[in-house]
Design a protein around this ligand. Structure first.
Ligand code: GTP
Ligand code: MG
Length: 198
């Protein structure tokens, strides 16, 4: 699939305020700073569309981008950023969960994972939470430019093995680098498949 148009639509603090037009949507979620906004910009080939920052905690609202006038990409705030206040963390966590667990037009959540570090408890718990609420998801291992391909694959294997302790069927996964612009075709193809599935 080609991205012909990508427009920022709006930012919302809660699911109940999000668009009600029923267009299918795909969301990016993951630990703060894992590269959600960068991936959105890479997929749409629009550099400043979603705000990127070296400081974790940049995205603090549910951000809607309309793609090809037909479906939405949704950039969510990250979880697990220790440096924001406890109150703010609670607000962000309920914003993320409120969105993911209630959103009927959500076709698939892409959970972004950093394969440059060992599996984290917070990612594994988050994924298990999606399972408990039957949220359909796929994984994207980001920042794949930071280690060699062999090491990245080894780390991905370790992560998938960890997941297989609690999941009978493993989710599809993709590998990406916003820096090198890799993974784009595979992720867009997967979105296309989901859009075309009944
Ligand atoms: P929050 O909105 O704060 O949760 O962060 P985010 O997940 O949206 O991450 P963002 O896209 O803002 O990127 C965080 C940092 O990681 C920035 O400094 C990016 O330049 C960097 N980054 C993102 N993707 C990649 C990548 O593929 N490779 C490398 N090396 N750095 C990346
Ligand atoms: Mg962001």
């Amino acid at each position: 699939m080609e991205v012909h148009t990508a427009e920022f639509i709006a930012s919302h603090p809660r699911e109940s305020q999000c668009p009600k037009d029923g267009r299918p949507e795909f969301a990016f979620i993951g630990r703060s700073n894992v590269g959600k906004s960068s991936l959105l910009n890479m997929l749409t080939a629009r550099k400043g569309l979603a705000k990127v920052s070296a400081t974790p905690g940049k995205t603090q609202l549910i951000n809607y981008f309309l793609i090809n006038k037909t479906w939405y990409l949704v950039d969510l705030p990250g979880y697990g950023y220790a440096k924001v206040s406890k109150d703010k963390q609670k607000i962000l966590a309920s914003m993320i969960k409120g969105y993911l667990f209630q959103r009927e037009s959500l076709k698939l959540a892409f959970v972004l994972i950093d394969p440059n570090i060992p599996p984290t408890k917070i990612d594994l718990e988050f994924i298990n939470g999606l399972g408990e609420h039957s949220v359909p998801f796929a994984l994207v291992f980001t920042k794949a430019d930071k280690l060699g391909p062999v090491k990245i694959q080894q780390n991905i294997d370790v992560f998938m093995q960890e997941l297989s302790k609690s999941w009978e069927t493993l989710p599809p996964y993709f590998t990406s680098s916003a820096e090198r612009r890799t993974g784009k075709a595979e992720i867009l193809n997967h979105i296309d498949l989901v859009l075309k599935a009944k």
